[in-house]
Design a protein. Sequence first.
Length: 395
Amino acid sequence: MSSLLVDDIGELVTNDGGGEGGPLGIRRDAALLVEEGRVAWIGPARDAPPADRRLDAGGAAVLPGFVDSHAHLVFAGDRAAEFAARMAGQPYTGGGIRTTVGATRAATDDELRATVRRLRGEALRQGTTTMEIKSGYGLTVADEARSLAIAAEVSDETTFLGAHVVPAEYADRPDDYVGLVCGPMLAAAAPHARWIDVFCERGAFDVDHARAILACGQAVGLGVRLHANQLGPGPGVQLGVELGAASVDHCTHLTDADVDALASTRVDGGHTTTVATLLPGAEFSTRSPYPDARRLLDAGVTVALATDCNPGSSYTSSMPFCVALAVREMRMTPAEAVWAATAGGARALRRDDVGVIRPGARADLMVLDAPSHLHLAYRPGVPLIRQVLRNGVPQ
Ligand SMILES: [Zn+2]
């Protein structure tokens, strides 16, 4: 059994709530021992046990790896021209998804695989050690199944999003498409998926269709998450709470009743069982108003940050970028944003073994080229991730 000691850690962010920094649980002058891919010990550097190998953090900050709980990596083509048009004044409607569907259906497995691996690698170099990946650009039985099979090659957190939009060939008969999603498409997708998701929005799926699809997924053992209240107010957030969703994602347009519904899922540990996952890359890339993170946090709702990496409305794989946006544009404190991008993402995926550094957790962590987590927002756009470990293995 080989052990690895990470020492000379100037600032260790544990997210276990002890130490300083509130929920970040910061420890100074710390060391940690990794054995068999797990954190085996944490303590003062002077008390560090012997180990086979040593990684000297050089006084820098060490954090849990980012947990990106919302990404769409299985697609072909890009939509740079659509982005340019939007920046020149055209509004975002979500209709461009169909452009990507056409390109994705035409792509080979190897082309899709290459894109998934390229983006997963890009995210890893920016500190993302856990990344949820959705289907949703195939929208046929075969294309959704292969999208998820390819996603599952690089992630355990895979999500069936056959209900992303109604594809053009079903435009006149959405009920038939919902039947396809709940029937043969779900049957083909479920073996490769942990979660089911629906884009519940005007122009995509209404609340009755969304409820039916999510219930079918739950019936075969998939966990529920959904895209809700992105483009306007709607019933998605309250549907998510009704169904016990792990997360409702976007949450850009919320009523007081939506916030109350989320807060009502709060349990003894102080967190809400339904997490509000905010995706500021989407508002950035569509030049839209940002979600009101303060309102959610002040109501006691657990907040996660994720990239929404996709070729249309948020083509970034960078969690540090999202942290910086959350601090600058959504008035989250740096500590709140870092927690939301790590432990918050883990809660949105109902994981307690990632997003935290404590004995028994996976040794998924990053060493910054900086003395403090504050630099992730203080130095936006700068590559500050010096070293990433996954399962204790330097990447
Ligand atoms: Zn999305």
